[in-house]
Design a protein around this ligand. Sequence first.
Ligand SMILES: [Zn+2]
Length: 326
Amino acid sequence: MTESCQLCGGADHITISRKDRHGGDLVTVLCMNCGVVTNDPIPTDEELAAFYRSAYRKEYKGTAEPRMRQVWRNFSRLAAHVSAYRDIYDRREKCLDLGAGSGEFMFLAKALGIACTGIEPNEDYSAYCRDRLDLDVRTQTLEETKFAPGSFDLIRLSHVLEHMRDPVRSLKVLHRWLAKDGVLYIEVPDIAVEADRKVRGRLFHFGHIFNFNPYTLRLAAGLAGFEVLPEAEKRGAGRTGVFFHKSAGRFAMPAGGTKNAAGMKASMDSHFARAMPRPATGSALGRFVSVNRLRLREMLAAKRFASHRAIADHFATVVRAGGDRP
Ligand SMILES: [Zn+2]
């Protein structure tokens, strides 16, 4: 790697993998000064645009709509999330959902009376959001998007930041669009958790440029002028789904960077040292059985509904029943 670390500026890094999750060539490095895990080299904007053009063509051909089971799962997960943070969502009026996906969050937020704008580069998903869920979703990328400063009091970035080639630069743009008292919710996969759960070598992906853990996610947000929202700090501790707000003071590098890097190195070493994924609980067979039981339950739950929209309306009712807006 010729460049220094985008997050901490450190130059001390080690190569942890030369293959992606499908066995193709991809070099992944670990910064020994902060613990962030990134692709090496970081792809250029042009390389990324070319990658997504071809990946989307392959991945989404003929599947213009998400599966009912998937939609049920997304809604069920998000309804639980919205209920757990209802105190924060109840005070919001204007939301920007960057990477709106199939629109589940926006639909629930709208049900709570929050005006929502979505940005989703995938044509099929954004059309699905507009046509089936009546959501204001624009088919474009972050680079093509412009808003006036302070336009939103809630910005959401779920499973998006890990795809960005310069996350701090992108977060600084969101910092401008966010109102003074606004909150930013970021959710990314936790690479340490994935390393623990996944089959050896099935970790890295050209599209996941930055692989965060709780420490490095907070570091990236801090560099862009954010700090963890105090009232959500406990609920999000140790997680990679975090509420931030604009920080009042100047940024100071948080302590513990080299310790985090050492922990990440241990986590990678243990991942590459074993043949089987470590089940979260019980045996590997037990996990296989429980995953399939969960799939079956989701399928049966989704079957009770006649359409995607019926699932959406059901969960909107569930969320609204959690209490009225003050
Ligand atoms: Zn670093």
